[in-house]
Design a protein around this ligand. Structure first.
Ligand SMILES: C[S@@+](CC[C@H](N)C(=O)[O-])C[C@H]1O[C@@H](n2cnc3c(N)ncnc32)[C@H](O)[C@@H]1O
Length: 285
């Protein structure tokens, strides 16, 4: 039967559910029925690239265990990667002025070098971990020159991680950045902003799927975790699983920050809710 435009570019309810379940089981991202059109539009490019005839063929393609590698491309296609420098301004200010000094105080009794480990889990194109790295360089290092900082940025999408590693940004990403940081840590050229090596070398990037316990468990002993604006894409059981894994990755006394519009209400009781002057954080006691 010749396929009409409708069957080529739209999914039957059954095929949508199959694809939705594959996405959910592998990433925790939950597409409700009302987002069917969004999912369809996001995977259209994949059928063009793979030269398939329809979205229905794509569902069959991805179901085939021989095409397991396609999952990475599916994640690139379906994730929403909105981010920018200094997005969570008040949280960053709390990290600089309250959290890091407190962590350093608590660690100063220990023998050996003080190390602070920060993880930006779901960092997209890297603006969040790089903002933290610039704050460390600009505000923390002058006061605590001997403290070592390890900053990890991770995401499920390789496409965004490649941009993060390149450190090259458009105007959109830097629009909220204080001018002094822009001038000091970037080189502007031909409409792009190139992050300087002194910032880039402070951050390590890795592909980590937060819904995959075996991957998350590779990260441990964190003092601060940012997991912002990603839990919104998960359903409640997926949020519970991810937050519990992040809890395990934190040191006692460590802090979790989530997005301004997100909450752990009904998700986890393990943390202590801490009210900072302009932000809230979740502390592992
Ligand atoms: C909207 S961005 C948030 C970026 C940054 N944290 C911020 O707040 O500006 C959400 C990111 O979460 C990533 N993501 C979605 N599901 C994920 C998962 N299961 N594991 C890791 N990252 C995931 C997406 O690829 C996307 O880059």
């Amino acid at each position: 039967m010749e396929q009409t435009a409708e069957t080529k570019y739209t999914l039957t309810d059954e095929a949508f559910k199959e694809l939705r379940d594959i996405i959910y089981k592998t990433s925790g991202i939950y597409y409700s029925e009302s987002k069917k059109y969004l999912l369809e539009s996001r995977i259209l490019k994949r059928i063009q690239t793979l030269k398939l005839n329809s979205l229905y063929d794509y569902v069959n393609f991805i179901k085939n265990p021989a095409n397991k590698g396609e999952l990475k491309n599916l994640f690139d296609a379906i994730t929403i990667n909105e981010t920018y420098f200094f997005r969570a301004e008040q949280q960053f200010e709390a990290v600089e002025k309250i959290i890091i000094p407190e962590l350093i105080r608590n660690k100063s009794g220990q023998s050996g070098q003080i190390v602070i480990r920060i993880w930006s889990a779901a960092c997209s194109t890297g603006e969040e971990p790089y903002t933290l790295a610039m704050i460390v360089l600009e505000k923390i290092k002058p006061i605590y020159p001997n403290v070592q900082f390890q900053i990890l940025g991770s995401d499920i999408s390789n496409q965004v991680l490649e941009i993060a590693k390149s450190g090259v940004y458009k105007e959109y990403s830097v629009r909220n950045m204080p001018d002094s940081y822009l001038k000091k840590y970037f080189i502007a050229k031909d409409g792009y902003y190139y992050l300087k090596d002194e910032v880039k070398r402070l951050v390590r990037f890795s592909n980590i799927n937060l819904f995959d316990a075996s991957q998350v468990r590779l990260v441990s002993n964190c003092d601060i975790i940012f997991c912002a604006n990603v839990l919104i894409y998960f359903d409640i059981p997926a949020k519970q699983k991810v937050v519990s894994l992040l809890y395990d990755a934190l040191n006692p006394g460590g802090y979790l920050f989530i997005g301004y519009s997100e909450s752990l209400h009904g998700i986890s009781k393990a943390f202590k809710l801490v009210h900072l002057p302009k932000a809230i954080a979740y502390k592992k006691e």
